[in-house]
Design a protein around this ligand. Structure first.
Ligand SMILES: [Fe+2]
Ligand SMILES: [Fe+2]
Length: 298
């Protein structure tokens, strides 16, 4: 590599684009930093000790499902970071460093909670697949092979389809549908049990705030690729059906409509990019994109 090549590789000639959506997400990530170690779990421990065995078992299954999901996305995110950095996308790579740290932090948070209350996540058989405590559903092997396959595809395949596959599976489906449906179920469960575990609830709210940025980034990524390659829309529809149909069929009664709304919303937001140029996608404001996450908070 010559000196000139080295300079162009490592020094962005235009500096940092501070208005770029990934950079704005990075700024938010810095401002909204939190540490699971700062949470006070003493009331959670007292709540746990006062809880029936049956409720404890449900709590273990639910929290373990979330933890399994966070461990999986932490272990499988790195190929995306490498693929984006290889394209020289500085602002995106900088944001992704916060993304990786936050997924690791989420693992830390759930494991810290188990340790603080003295619960053993391996004390019950089976593994909750989607992180919502319902033991998975169709495409139930998402954390046992499918996510890893899709993310590792980027190690050898930098095609637009490979980036889309990663964004659809990781950000749109796991973060944008399965995790959010899980939070909703979780809120109902806690409410039905007298709203215990204040530190757990506080941490879960902070996790959701982080996830909004992750989903916003993944949506930006998919829309950027789709604006440049609208011919890949049939691939998107096919992958979306593969991931969501069996999942929806396994939803517990009463949450099907909410999950369907999440599923429809994510696809609609991606479809919107088909009418846009790449520049128009780049110019989409963070506020516009975060508004597409309105169901996250509801
Ligand atoms: Fe996470
Ligand atoms: Fe995430």
């Amino acid at each position: 590599m010559t000196d000139t090549q080295a300079r162009s590789r490592y020094t962005s000639p235009s500096g940092i684009d501070r208005d770029a959506l990934p950079w704005r997400l990075w700024e938010k990530a810095k401002k909204l930093f939190w540490d699971p170690s700062d949470l006070d779990f003493s009331k959670d421990k007292a709540d746990w000790d006062a809880m029936s065995e049956e409720t404890r078992a449900m709590m273990i299954l639910g929290a373990r499902g979330f933890m399994v999901g966070e461990e999986a996305v932490t272990l499988d995110i790195l190929p995306l970071v490498r693929a984006i950095s290889d394209e020289g996308r500085l602002e995106e790579t900088v944001f992704l460093t916060s993304f990786v740290l936050e997924e690791a932090k989420h693992v830390d948070f759930f494991r810290t909670w188990f340790d603080a209350v003295g619960a053993d996540p391996s004390s019950l058989p089976g593994l909750g697949g989607y992180g919502d405590g319902n033991g998975g559903g169709g495409a139930a092997d998402i954390f046992a092979g499918e996510l890893e396959r899709v993310m590792r595809r980027l190690d050898n395949d930098r095609s637009p389809e490979a980036f889309l596959d990663a964004g659809i599976t990781y950000n749109q489906f796991i973060e944008g549908v399965a995790a959010i449906a899980g939070y909703k179920g979780w809120a109902k469960f806690l409410e039905a049990n007298g709203n215990p575990f204040p530190a757990f609830q506080e941490g879960l709210a902070l996790v959701q705030r982080d996830e909004r940025r992750h989903i916003a980034y993944g949506t930006y990524l998919c829309r950027r690729v789709l604006a440049a390659h609208p011919e890949l829309w049939s691939f998107v529809e096919q992958r979306w059906a593969y991931l969501t149909k069996p999942y929806l069929e396994n939803r517990v009664a009463g949450r099907g409509r909410y999950v369907q709304a999440l599923i429809d919303r994510r696809l609609e937001v991606l479809r919107g990019a088909l009418d846009l140029s790449v520049q128009e996608v780049e110019d989409t404001t963070l506020e516009d994109l975060e508004a597409t996450n309105e169901l996250v908070a509801s």
